[in-house]
Design a protein around this ligand. Structure first.
Ligand code: NAD
Ligand code: MG
Length: 396
């Protein structure tokens, strides 16, 4: 029986994970569930999955969680706050941790799971972008087994199986990108798009932050950095290819020209089932892939001028040190401001670029320096956004 801590249980990845877990009560048990602030949803999940522990990250909701669990007659122990989350991620309550919190907020618990030598099912890509070197070192030192829960990286993980990472037989990794809701749009068309339009992804149902990242192509930029750390591959051997149908989840090109790809429906339950059962295979609830009905799979190169975020991510990776931490934090702040209607879609890459340009580069060798870079990027990005709002207000 696998004992699973699901961090970010109320999110989109959380829901896919619980769907797969519920299909296999003989194999998987959710022993820890966490949420940010939605106490009622967390209690409802506890009633269904009966974990030993439930954590609410926003500590002011502790009493509501405790009383709600008691009222429901559940034996689940309540916890609150970021410290409790990190502690439980590393505790004996689980052998497997699904890191499915969104943003840099997931970094501490992801790192705690790595340091405790867990099987780490890693969806929280921002923690890899923020602290990739540290995280991979912690996994290696403590024997944590990382299985990626990003469909692209999971595809590459499957294609690489048996050859090992950074092997000289691999020429390059090809990450596929759907292109998001604004594929083939011009800059002029993107100036007025709304948050709702940006979140209406054609193929995937995901949280709002990653949906906007998909629309800007920053998601693929973050994934390039993620692939660099997970597979030890230099940036120049990681390519991005737009594939609007989202059926080919990524590919590995060998030096002899042979390309292996992984196919599947755009449904994260396949990825989660693969990772939860690995190296075995279990049913995921996903319908079989009918390629005859899909008919055509198409590919094109990304438009790197209109979707400037992709190259900003490559540039941050090339710059090294804390630049990726700065990129990630500036992106989180810019996306939140776009979702709040404070800035336009095309302002997102501009805020990130300005933040990167002004950022002091700190060594990426310690968690404190990386968190300092993250905090300073959030301050700078916020002041770039305020300045833009003042200019827009003055000209209105
Ligand atoms: P989501 O917004 O749907 O869910 C996020 C979860 O994190 C929620 O349970 C929320 O309560 C929790 N959370 C948010 N802020 C928190 C905080 N400060 N402290 C503790 N918990 C917090 O997001 P999602 O789409 O499920 O994505 C989760 C992660 O998985 C992201 O890093 C995303 O990039 C990655 N990912 C998602 C998908 C997908 O299909 N949704 C695919 C690949 C990778
Ligand atoms: Mg992905």
């Amino acid at each position: 029986m696998r004992k699973i801590a699901l961090l970010g249980a109320t999110g989109s990845i959380g829901a896919s994970a619980l769907d797969v877990i519920a299909r296999h009560p003989d194999r998987f048990a959710a022993t820890v569930l966490s949420a940010d602030s939605r106490v009622d949803e967390l209690i409802a999940l506890c009633a269904r999955f009966r974990p030993q522990h439930a954590v609410i990250a926003q500590a002011e909701h502790y009493l509501a969680l405790r009383d709600g669990l008691l009222a429901a007659g559940l034996a689940t122990q309540p916890h609150a706050g970021a410290d409790a989350l990190a502690e439980l991620a590393g505790s004996d309550a689980s052998d497997t941790v699904i890191a499915a919190i969104v943003g840099a907020a997931g970094m501490r618990s992801t790192l705690a799971a790595a340091r405790a030598g867990k099987r780490l099912l890693l969806a929280n890509k921002e923690s890899v972008v923020l602290a990739g070197a540290l995280l991979m070192r912690a996994c290696a030192e403590h024997g944590a087994e990382v299985i990626p829960i990003d469909s692209e990286h999971n595809a590459i993980f499957q294609c690489l199986h048996g050859i090992g990472p950074a092997n000289e037989r691999v020429g390059k990794l090809i990450l596929t990108a759907s292109g998001g809701p604004f594929l083939n749009r011009s800059r002029a068309e993107l100036a007025q798009v709304t948050a709702e339009q940006a979140c209406a992804h054609p193929n995937w149902k995901m949280g709002r932050k990653i949906s906007v990242d998909s629309a800007t192509l920053m998601n693929k930029g973050l994934e390039v950095i993620e692939a660099h750390w997970l597979f030890g591959m230099p940036a120049e051997r990681i390519e991005v290819l737009v594939h609007p149908q989202s059926i080919v989840h990524s590919m590995v090109e060998h030096v002899d020209g042979s390309v292996l790809a992984q196919f599947g429906q755009p449904d994260m339950r396949t990825t989660l089932a693969c990772a939860l059962a690995w190296p075995e295979r279990v049913e995921s609830g996903v319908a079989p892939l009918d390629l005859g009905r899909i008919g055509a799979l198409t590919f094109q190169h990304p438009d790197r001028t209109t979707f400037a975020c992709l190259d900003l991510a490559y540039a941050a990776l090339a710059a090294g040190d804390s630049a990726s931490a700065t990129l990630n934090a500036a992106n989180e702040v810019a996306v939140a401001a776009f979702l709040d209607g404070r800035i336009g879609f095309l302002d997102i890459p501009q805020v990130i670029e300005a933040t990167l340009a002004g950022a002091e580069r700190l060594p990426a060798d310690g968690i404190d320096t990386l968190l300092a870079a993250d905090a300073s990027a959030r301050r700078d990005a916020n002041s770039h956004i305020s300045r833009r709002e003042r200019i827009a207000g003055a000209s209105a």
